[in-house]
Structures are given as structure tokens and as C-alpha cells.
Design a protein around this ligand. Structure first.
Ligand code: SF4
Length: 364
């Protein structure tokens, strides 16, 4: 069994698995000094080391494109929505807890690149205050424990979260945000105590795991075993993929991903537009019009259950669904969820150039 401490943490170590010359090692070390590298050996084994464009490689191995700044650190207004250190309240019914800044792997496309593996300034510190806030706000009916990765918390802490939250009557369900099923499934498969904790609390309150599979290659036998273990523990598993350039930006790959998820018992919930995050957007964003075309073509290859997902943007104003291309200069959108309830359900069309990758405030 691989352990977290065996993860690859330096470019030098990585160069033992993936051939690269000394100059490249030095340049990538510079990138990794700013944005840490952490790759489970399991995930590395999914890469074809001879293919520089391998999609799994793109998601975990640093690239020089990460030197491009552009964009911003907080593209969906997380700072403004923070009501207590580590607790965000954007939509009336939902709060989000930043439980840790750690993950099993540091994805190169992460939208919380500002903090993962770096700073724990934004994570929760005062559990008592946080719980009091949730208890006092009866409009909140669900809590998302996120990070970083919720499954990187100790079993004791996960037990604490689920124990305290499942006792709050006005909460209908609890969500755990984790990419562990895709990046390091052994962390669940070899952790019967965690599965027991999930089983205990899922009989009390519905628990959803929000995971992130982005490519069908991630759905290995180990990953499917992890999903099965979660389902057997009584948890509902949703997938929130991200549309990523040269990873899954073609209809066949996306359709294969959604088909494989559905077969494994995972609900394909969202495909997110990659956010304009500094040091991420240049490497990974796909233009919106192209994204819409990819999604629609993928849907034609999927059955009803596999095409339940929505193509959305997590915007400062809310979750905006890209509904379709009207003509080559205009697209149709809808507020699926909104910070201002008056925006909920609002349809709007936007005229723009084909290469646009995000919607600025003045376009809404
Ligand atoms: S697991 Fe999630 S939070 Fe962690 S680096 Fe990957 S995308 Fe970011």
C-alpha cells in the first residue's frame, strides 16, 4: 500500500519517473517553489511517461505556462463571502467550510492555488464560533466541508465534523468535497475506520461526497473500488468535473468520462468552466463557445443518466449555466444559483468574440 508520505514532492524525484533534461528540471523547480508539487505514486502510474501531452500528466506535473499570471486569485468572491475565518456563506441555504489547505495531490489547475499546500490563513480556526453561526442561521440547510481536501483531515476531525453537523436539525444534508477517489483512492480503500464513520453518520443525515474526476483514465479499478466503498457506506457520490484544455476538451473524452461515472454509480453533476485564476487560466481555460459545443456534442453520445450534468461557471454573482450558442457571436446563459435571489433563474444572452473564456461583471 502506498502512503501519503511516499508522494513525489520535488521535480528531481519526478524526473526519475518522467524523462526531462537538466534545464527543464531547473525551470520547473522554479515553478514548484511557488506552487508546490505533490503527486501520489498511484496517480503517477497512470501517466504515459513518453507522452508529453498525457492528460493525467497535465493535471499534476508543473509546466512553464504556470509562470503566466493573468486573472486573479479569488475569481468567485470567496473573500467577500467569508463570514468567519474558514466559513463562507454565499447562498442562503449553503455554507462552505475551508477545513484544511492540504490535498493528496496539488492539481495544477486548482482554483484555490493561492492556498493549497501553502497558507492555512483561510482555513477554519474557531470551531465553536463556526458551529454557533450555522446553528443560528436556520435558513442554512446544507454544509459543504471542503478545503483543500476534506478527506485529508484526520478520521477524528471528520468524525467531529459529521458528529456536530448531523446534530443540527435544520441541516438536511452534509457534503464532503474531495478529489481523493481520483487521485489517491487507497486513502479510502485502506481506511476502514473512515468508512465506518461515514456509515454511522449517513444513517443519521444524508452525506454527499462531491468528487472531481476529469478524465476517464482516472476511473481505474482502485477508483471504482473507492466509489463502491463510499456507496456501501451509504454516501451519495456526485462528480464535479472541470473542463480543461488538452485534458478533456473533446466530446469523446467527456462522453466517455460521464458514461464511466454513471456506470460506477456516480452522479455526473457539473462540468465547470475553468476559472480565470492567476497562473492557471493560460494553461487550462477553454473558450466558452467551444466549451458549449464540446458539451453539446458529448451529450449526443450519452444516455439520459450520463447527461444529467450542467455546464456552469462559478461566478462572483452565482452559478451561471451556459445554455447554448445562439449564433457565432452570441450565447445564452441562465443563473442556476445566485447570490442575489432576484437573479435566480434569470436568462440572459451575451454577444462576444469566439475566444472569450469568462463573463465579466458588466456582461451580466
Ligand atoms: S484536490 Fe481540489 S483543492 Fe486540492 S489541489 Fe486538487 S483541485 Fe485543488
Amino acid at each position: 500500500m502506498h502512503k501519503l508520505k511516499d508522494n513525489v514532492k520535488t521535480i528531481r524525484e519526478l524526473s526519475e519517473f518522467i524523462p526531462m533534461d537538466e534545464k527543464t528540471v531547473e525551470k520547473l523547480e522554479d515553478v514548484a517553489n511557488r506552487f508546490p508539487i505533490l503527486i501520489p505514486r498511484y496517480y503517477l502510474s497512470l501517466i504515459n511517461p513518453d507522452d508529453i501531452n498525457d492528460p493525467i500528466r497535465r493535471m499534476c506535473v508543473p509546466s512553464l505556462e504556470e509562470n503566466e499570471p493573468g486573472g486573479s486569485w479569488d475569481t468567485s468572491g470567496e473573500g467577500k463571502n467569508t463570514v468567519i475565518e474558514g466559513l463562507q456563506h454565499k447562498y442562503p441555504q449553503t455554507v462552505l467550510i475551508l477545513s484544511t489547505n492540504r490535498c493528496a495531490m496539488y492539481c495544477r489547475h486548482c482554483f484555490r492555488k493561492r492556498m493549497v499546500g501553502l497558507s492555512d490563513e483561510e482555513t477554519v480556526k474557531n470551531f465553536k464560533r463556526m458551529l454557533s453561526y450555522i446553528r443560528a442561521h436556520e435558513e442554512i440547510n446544507n454544509v459543504l466541508v471542503s478545503g483543500g481536501d476534506a478527506f485529508l483531515n484526520s478520521n477524528r476531525l471528520i468524525d467531529f465534523y459529521l458528529g456536530r453537523l448531523s446534530n443540527i436539525r435544520h441541516l438536511h444534508y452534509i457534503r464532503l468535497g474531495t478529489r481523493v477517489p481520483a487521485t489517491f483512492p487507497a486513502l479510502v480503500n485502506d481506511n476502514p475506520a473512515l468508512l465506518e464513520i461515514l456509515k454511522t453518520y449517513s444513517s443519521k443525515k444524508t452525506i454527499y461526497v462531491s468528487t472531481q474526476f476529469n478524465h476517464p483514465k482516472e476511473l481505474t479499478p482502485e477508483a471504482k473500488k473507492c466509489i463502491k466503498n463510499l456507496l456501501d457506506a451509504g454516501v451519495v457520490v456526485n462528480n464535479q468535473a472541470v473542463l480543461l484544455k488538452r485534458v478533456n476538451d473533446d466530446p469523446e473524452t467527456l462522453a466517455a468520462l460521464m458514461g464511466a461515472l454513471t456506470e460506477a454509480g456516480v452522479i455526473p453533476y457539473y462540468v465547470f468552466q475553468c476559472r480565470p485564476v492567476s497562473h492557471v487560466m493560460t494553461s487550462f481555460q477553454v473558450p466558452l463557445m467551444r466549451g458549449c459545443d464540446i458539451v453539446e456534442r458529448a451529450k449526443t453520445m450519452c444516455n439520459g443518466y450520463a447527461k444529467r450534468f450542467r455546464y456552469v461557471m462559478s461566478h462572483e454573482r452565482g452559478k451561471i449555466e451556459a445554455l447554448g450558442v445562439i449564433n457565432e457571436k452570441e450565447m445564452l446563459f441562465k443563473f442556476h444559483q445566485a447570490k442575489d435571489p432576484r437573479d435566480c433563474g434569470r436568462l440572459f444572452s451575451v454577444r462576444f468574440k469566439k475566444d472569450r473564456t469568462w463573463l465579466e461583471q458588466d456582461l451580466l
